[in-house]
Design a protein around this ligand. Structure first.
Ligand SMILES: *Cc1c(COP(=O)(O)O)cnc(C)c1O
Ligand code: SF4
Length: 428
């Protein structure tokens, strides 16, 4: 049974946990401070199967438990002082202030990708940024079995629910899909859509399938349940129904694909995850994988090579290697683009070409998905060769462009156009 621990680290499962209690008291205190700002949630699977408590640098611990340096020294001191004061109102206002300057809504999340019907009415709980794919955010899927410290959706888990992108009604999406015959894929996302009970998920999927939309070829699910709660696919009382839901998509003649998040090979080494993968694949669904490059977790060519090699062995399709987004704890987890590119190239060098389906490093930014293709020298200037893989503006998709080489830059907003241009073409 899933036992969850959220926010308060001194309660529940952790209070009795030998591994957790073996941590230095100062570390536990630091985590409590940081957990006021960032969402924290883990469960018994993460704590007992994924973390090696004897390893102070354990990657999954770093991924899920609050880390002291996710906050700057100044922010940390402010939150700590407010905590010590015991004044609730003061603590709340400090926490809100700290969150607000961690860029809680990057890339125009709340504004630019909201779709409209032809008559101008807004569609809530849906994003349509790229021509062929719509994102659907079911209300009951807007949390996760555990939270990742780097997550760009972190404000959704702590903040004002009115800022959430979500809906419990799929009919408007279906009506929108009828208006948009260019769309091919519907991506259920969150949070994690597989946190929903299977019956609920099924109702959404059934509605979509029975709408008989010929132009919709694939249904995707963005999830980390395979590694945060693999029993979702194996032994939960509604796991069979979840697998039937995947099967029903295939039976309807559509492709079902799981967009799985795997950040470190340890997640795949766990046998329950491998069992879950098999069950999904037995339904005829595919598993594609993605991860950001994360400092102290997978910023190492051997680790990345192992991650992709294991994925290929287990029948997954490596898909994206992302750059850490410009929000939250980016300073802590982010790896410069130049270093990321070098790691990507080195890691792929050592593995089967079947892993070369992974593209990266990729920035999911406001203008679109930007791939760092390489570093080159043009007319005596060292430059990044970049490509806008896809964009809100279809005519921009595929375009190559150049930025001045900068070994420290983490994100597109830290890059300058090359060759003396004033702005990148998408900012003109
Ligand atoms: C990445 C992404 C998609 C899907 O893009 P693919 O390259 O087709 O996987 C869709 N919508 C948004 C907003 C995205 O960031
Ligand atoms: S599982 Fe996905 S949505 Fe949930 S916290 Fe992790 S990265 Fe974010």
């Amino acid at each position: 049974m899933e036992l969850q621990i959220a926010q308060d680290l001194s309660k529940g499962l952790l209070a009795q946990h030998a591994g957790f209690n073996s941590l230095p008291k100062a570390t536990i205190h630091d985590m409590q401070v940081v957990a006021h700002v960032f969402p924290f949630r883990v469960n018994n699977y993460v704590v007992d199967h994924l973390i090696d408590w004897g390893n102070p640098a354990d990657p999954i611990f770093r991924l899920t438990f609050p880390q002291r340096h996710m906050l700057s020294d100044e922010d940390f001191a402010r939150v700590e002082a407010a905590m010590r004061s015991g004044e609730k109102a003061r603590l709340n206002s400090v926490v809100t202030d700290v969150r607000n300057h961690l860029n809680p809504h990057p890339s125009g999340q709340m504004t630019s990708n909201v779709p409209h019907f032809r008559d101008g009415t807004l569609l809530s709980g849906v994003q349509h940024k790229y021509e062929r794919t719509v994102l659907f955010f079911p209300r009951q899927g807007q949390s996760c079995h555990a939270y990742c410290n780097f997550c760009f959706r972190w404000p959704q888990f702590v903040g004002d629910p009115s800022l959430r992108i979500e809906t419990s009604d799929i009919d408007p999406l279906i009506a929108y899909l009828r208006e948009h015959e260019e769309i091919r894929d519907v991506l259920f996302t969150g949070g994690d859509p597989f946190i929903m009970r299977s019956g609920l998920l099924r109702r959404y999927v059934d509605a979509l399938l029975s709408a008989n939309l010929e132009h919709i070829k694939s249904i995707r699910f963005g999830t980390k349940a395979l590694t945060y709660w693999p029993y979702r696919f194996t032994s939960d009382d509604d796991s069979t129904e979840l697998l039937e839901c995947l099967t029903s998509i295939i039976k309807a003649g559509k492709h079902a694909t799981i967009m799985a998040h795997f950040n470190h090979p340890n997640e795949l080494a766990a046998l329950p995850a491998q069992e879950a993968l098999k069950r999904i694949q037995n339904c005829g669904a595919q598993v594609r994988t993605q991860t950001p490059l994360l400092r102290g977790i997978n910023d190492n060519a051997q680790v990345l090579a192992q991650l992709w090699e294991e994925q290929v062995r287990l029948g997954c399709i490596p898909y994206y290697l992302f750059a850490t987004r410009d929000t939250g704890a980016q300073r802590f987890f982010g790896v410069p683009l130049a270093e990321s590119l070098a790691l990507y190239v080195e890691a792929l060098h050592g593995v089967s070409r079947l892993a070369a389906t992974v593209r990266g490093p990729v920035m999911s930014s406001d203008p679109g998905k930007i791939l760092v293709q390489g570093i080159s020298e043009v007319l005596g200037q060292k430059v990044f060769v970049l490509q806008l893989l896809q964009s809100r503006h279809t005519e921009w998709a595929g375009r190559l462009f150049y930025a001045q080489y900068d070994p420290r830059a983490l994100w597109i907003n830290e890059l300058k156009p090359a060759f003396g241009e004033k702005a990148f073409f998408f900012d003109l």
